[in-house]
Ligand binder design. Structure first.
Ligand code: NAD
Length: 356
């Protein structure tokens, strides 16, 4: 299995983006987000997305060098038009605007509509948490056929609609970051499994007839299967609320056949950003978070488990390991990434130089 240093993948991603027309700062932000996802262990949202991004540049469903454009601005409310720009730029700029507004108003209600793929949503919550802000994010996905079936349904009706919430850590501790698809697995995990020729975990996918399947490829055939929501009716309900809050309330779109699709990945996101001292004194809040976290983690592990982890802890641990040991990419995904880099205009020998 090829293994790469994070800085090599960062350099390759920057080169692909620049070849695709991006300004250097945009290329940097895209590389930060994708490589951080790989480091966190979410290869579904890492550099393996480059083939999709290059294809989307080609059919113009992704448009380089767009910026977060406020189209409604009232008190704590900001609505941002993403113009199908890179989500890594639209997301970053929107969080900056949202935090500034929350600092002024105590909290901000921020909507992004029509951004290209926002990547790993935890990245945006971490950007807020690093500045001391708590945040909640509801996301839906459009511009492509639906992937996820509602509870009790066979047919996909919405995307894998992630939900994310984060609070800064207690005292000097790391933030607590819950960041998850509302389907049992993220869509990209079906791609990664299909590429690697390994089955997905049980009870995650349905074949087109509605039978449970472990073959990630069912999501890539002309007659598609569907992804199963986590947590039965509760996860399905959260996915539906993401669809309605992010897709309808923001003025973005829900994933319906009446809307045209360019087969890109467009995200809409509704975020609540809360300033550090908005609800109670910052020190008291952080002390309480620290105590609660220690109490929760002190629960004795059940048989079959080694320890109790907090949301965000698995990602931090994988980041430490991958920073030290490198990022492994399965051979099929690497061939696809390489072909995409060449298609974007990065020469073969330049790729070799960049990844060493
Ligand atoms: P996951 O199932 O690996 O993790 C979900 C959450 O559970 C994380 O917060 C993680 O820290 C926590 N967790 C995992 N194992 C744990 C354990 N043993 N103990 C305690 N907590 C644990 O994540 P996922 O649902 O596969 O999502 C992967 C990524 O996909 C996310 O970053 C999400 O934002 C992204 N995503 C993006 C889109 C999009 O349209 N942009 C769509 C879907 C998913």
């Amino acid at each position: 299995m090829p293994v790469f240093g994070h800085d090599a993948l960062h350099a390759l991603t920057r080169a692909v983006c620049v070849a695709g027309g991006s300004a250097p700062r945009e290329a940097e932000l895209v590389a930060d987000n994708l490589v951080q996802a790989n480091l966190a262990g979410h290869d579904s949202h890492g550099v393996g997305l480059l083939p999709t991004y290059v294809r989307s540049l080609d059919n113009e469903s992704l448009r380089p060098n767009r910026h977060a454009e406020p189209v409604r601005d009232r008190g704590p409310i900001l609505v941002i038009e993403g113009g199908r720009g890179y989500g890594q730029v639209i997301g970053f700029e929107t969080m900056q605007l949202g935090m500034a507004r929350a600092a002024e108003q105590g909290a901000a209600l921020v909507a992004i509509r029509n951004s290209f793929h926002l990547g790993r949503i935890g990245h945006w919550a971490e950007q807020c948490a690093a500045e001391g802000f708590a945040s909640i994010h509801f996301v839906n996905g459009v511009d492509h056929p639906p992937y996820q079936a509602p509870y009790a349904g066979c047919d996909a009706r919405f995307s894998t609609n992630p939900f994310c919430a984060a609070v800064p850590g207690g005292r000097d501790g790391p933030p607590v970051v819950l960041d998850m698809a509302t389907s049992k697995i993220a869509f990209g995990k079906a791609r990664v499994a299909a590429n690697a020729g390994v089955p997905v975990p049980d009870e995650c996918l349905l074949d087109p007839e509605g039978h449970v399947s472990r073959d990630g490829a069912v999501m890539f055939r002309e007659l598609r299967g569907a992804m199963i929501p986590f947590g039965e009716h509760k996860g399905s309900g959260l996915g539906i609320m993401c669809e309605l809050l992010a897709g309808a309330l923001t003025g973005g779109l829900t994933n319906q056949p009446e809307h045209s699709q360019a087969h890109g990945i467009v995200n809409n996101m509704l975020s609540v950003i809360v300033a550090p001292d908005a609800l109670a004194p910052r020190d008291a809040v952080r002390r309480e978070i620290g105590a609660a976290v220690a109490w929760i983690k002190s629960s004795r592990p059940r048989p079959g488990f080694e320890e109790v982890l907090l949301p965000g802890e698995p990602e931090r641990r994988r980041r430490d390991v991958r920073l030290a040991d490198g990022i492994d990419i399965d051979p099929q995904s690497w061939r696809d990434i390489r072909a995409a880099a060449v298609a974007a205009g990065v020469a073969d020998d330049a790729i070799d130089r960049l990844v060493g």
